[in-house]
Design a protein around this ligand. Structure first.
Ligand SMILES: *Cc1c(COP(=O)(O)O)cnc(C)c1O
Length: 434
């Protein structure tokens, strides 16, 4: 990428479109973090994308570290993915009926995840989580859910309290419109803290239906699990007979082919997937042990349905994306991310600008914090003003970083060595100017 200096506060076409959008769409956006509110800018309107790049409507080019929030593990428009969608498109957009590729995608998921015996496709991560919780409640005949602050599990009522990026970026404790009764069914605890969980479980030994967790948090910046955290969750869930739900909407197929559960060798009872399994098309999935999954209608009494579920285009896009993943993919992604993070660390030491770099596999984030970030509270100690200046500086140099202190960046296989060098140069300049 050529050196560039974009006047990000004066993107004429984006501004024009944003004004029009605001008249018709609440806040001008269809998902809050896109508004760029937390980085004190107006949203950029994207006109096209290819490989590691996206372009805005004012014809500026950016290196993409968002990659549709991690869904695009191969970057934009990998040939195999495009072809697969085109082949599917030639055969119809949607049938609202069964088709063969649904079996192939289900097989790819079941083969990859040791804990998944059966899987149901839905249309989003939110739906996957809703269904996982409904299943857990039906299976255990209990009501309460435990979640961890900073983890985001989609926007269903039951998981909206203390839920990371989108919500915390906007400074909301939860959401209006969620009834007190619903909110009272969910207990939120600090991540990476087993002592609190043990106390709670001993207080409610027979009321907890499920513990839901992002095995590596991606939604308040990256926060990896401390040693034994996931194993303790497994042990305590078994002891208290509640289900352990791993929300692997981000980590599934990103940290390894079998997600965080394969990487950390812990089996959950239910797993939710999304993002990468659709390769950028709308999708979600819930999977787990047969015994639990068989409770879903039409076999069982837990209702779940979807007009567009398993739709041929999402499924084709997902299959092609997953088939491109192999050992080398993960080696490349990890060594690329390690190199980038190690070099950023060196730069921060050289320049004396204090930052915390957290990473897991090919997801990483930089906190403008003085001490180690291991949960939501420690993440919140970050200096968001510094982040805003850093973000704006990176953006003006053509680096499209996640537009919030509390989001993860994602490395794609489309990123090249020279892109990393370019990024590091921009990084050095940016942190010196915060
Ligand atoms: C993105 C995300 C969701 C929600 O998925 P949508 O497809 O946006 O509904 C749920 N859980 C996690 C961990 C996510 O990152």
């Amino acid at each position: 990428m050529q050196e560039t200096l974009i006047n990000i506060k004066d993107l004429k076409k984006s501004q024009e479109l944003y004004q029009k959008a605001c008249e018709l769409i609440p806040g001008g956006v269809n998902s809050p973090v896109r508004s760029f509110k937390s980085v004190e800018l107006e949203p950029i309107f994207i006109s096209k994308a290819k490989g590691q790049y996206i372009w805005d409507v004012d014809q500026n080019k950016y290196l993409d570290f968002v990659n549709s929030w991690g869904a695009l593990i191969h970057g934009h428009l990998a040939n195999e993915v495009t072809e697969s969608i085109q082949n599917a498109l030639a055969k119809g957009i949607s049938y609202g009926a069964s088709h063969e590729n649904e079996i192939e995608l289900a097989q790819l998921v079941v083969n990859s995840f040791p804990s998944i015996e059966k899987v149901r496709l839905v249309n989003s991560g939110t739906e996957a989580v809703m269904t996982a919780i409904r299943l857990a409640r039906a299976y255990t005949n209990r009501n309460k859910i435990i979640k961890f602050s900073g983890c985001y599990h989609g926007h269903a009522d039951v998981v909206l309290s203390m839920s990371g990026s989108g919500v915390s970026t906007l400074g909301l404790p939860g959401s209006a419109g969620v009834t007190k009764n619903t909110a009272s069914e969910t207990i939120t605890l600090p991540y990476n803290n087993i002592a609190n969980l043990e106390i709670l479980l001993s207080k409610y030994p027979k009321e907890i239906a499920a513990i839901i967790v992002e095995p590596v948090v991606g939604n308040c910046g990256v926060i990896p699990p401390s040693e034994n955290f996931l194993q303790s969750l497994r042990d305590l869930s078994t002891k208290y007979k509640c289900l352990l739900i791993f929300d692997e909407v981000i980590t599934g197929f990103r940290l390894s082919k079998g997600g965080a559960q394969l990487k950390y060798k812990i089996k959950s009872d239910l797993t939710t997937l999304g993002k990468i399994i659709g390769g950028g098309m709308p999708i979600g999935a819930v999977g787990g042990k047969k015994e639990i999954m068989n409770l879903l209608a039409p076999l069982g009494t837990v209702y779940q349905a979807g007009t567009l579920s398993g739709n041929p285009l999402s499924v084709a896009c997902g299959i092609a994306t997953l088939k491109l993943l192999n050992e080398e993919t993960y080696t490349y992604l990890e060594s690329t991310t390690n190199y980038l993070c190690d070099e950023m660390k060196k730069i921060s030491l050289d320049t004396g600008v204090k930052i915390q770099i957290n990473k897991a596999g090919s997801m990483f984030s930089i906190f403008f914090a003085d001490s180690f970030v291991y949960d939501y509270e420690s993440a919140k100690k970050s200096n968001t003003q510094k982040f805003i200046r850093f973000f704006q500086n990176m953006l003006s140099q053509g680096i499209y970083w996640a537009p919030s202190q509390f989001e993860s960046n994602f490395v794609s296989t489309a990123l090249k060595k020279e892109d990393l060098e370019y990024t590091l140069k921009a990084f050095k300049k940016s942190i010196l100017e915060i």
